[in-house]
Design a protein around this ligand. Sequence first.
Ligand code: MEV
Length: 327
Amino acid sequence: MGDATMSMVASAPGKCILFGEHAVVYGQPAVAVAIEQRLTVAMTPAASWSVDGSPLSDKKHPHIVMLKDALMAENSPMSMHISGDIPNASGLGSSAALSAAVGAAMHHIATEHDSLDKDRLSALAHLAEAHAQNGRASPMDASTSVEGGVVILSNEREQRGDWLYTRRLETPEGERTWEVHSLSAAADDIYLVLGNTGVHAPTSHQVAMVAKALAAEPQRMQEIEAIGIVARRGIDALIRGDYEAVGHAMSENHLLLRNLGVSSPELEDLIQAAAPSSLGVKLTGAGGGGCMVALTRDPKTTGQAIELAGGRVLISRLGNPGVRIDE
Ligand code: MEV
């Protein structure tokens, strides 16, 4: 049993999908990177469970309640304070970062153990995401936030990257399996410039919309497969360190996502503004609003162009750490 007098601070990064969102829900390969922006949770023993001063509730904090029941059932209540610079509901994985950071802090308190069980933590965070997305969620956000760096998902074990674990989930369309890998990729002069439209589009809604379109016209699965082909090309380029080709694949991926119907006029405006100074540009995450990402060597010019077009800008490099205990 854990030490109920312990206080704990843990943090986890947001994520940006370079290739394969939506198609990954159907088993196609996808790549995400941990971004510099993080979410931090501070937990202190208290008389009752609370989050930022409000009582912990299943309705408001489903991810946290699930983790508490799994990890801290026998422990004393905690008051939690959440801070950070990942915008909510914008396609940057804020809810998975919340699950990763809260899960890490709870695990640490409950076990009084130094090392984090990343496999278990990312599995729990994935279940919490799936719960929030009506049973349709890949482990992409959860694994990237827990592992950090660059994460590849695929329906098969890839030669490229280090295989980490297999994830399974019963979805409304049947059982899905993902093989999760980590990849080391970092480049000094390459930046991700994220442009936030400020429009909130729930992931569950976007994912359900794609499922409905595929059910109505099953031949559109070809579009999902085409995203997988582009993602594989992108992975090869990333491994070679050929960022021109990475950018090219990102822009191609965007055109396929746009055809799938998950872009929005606000995203298109920011993408058009960023394109001239970027190696590649696309929406990132579930789309419909949220964020776009530009891969660039000139973050200042790209950032200014996005701001002029009305977007809020965040800048990150590649190769950021995953979940960690900070204090
Ligand atoms: C959301 O960040 C990415 C999606 O592919 C959904 C998922 O993978 O669960 C749209």
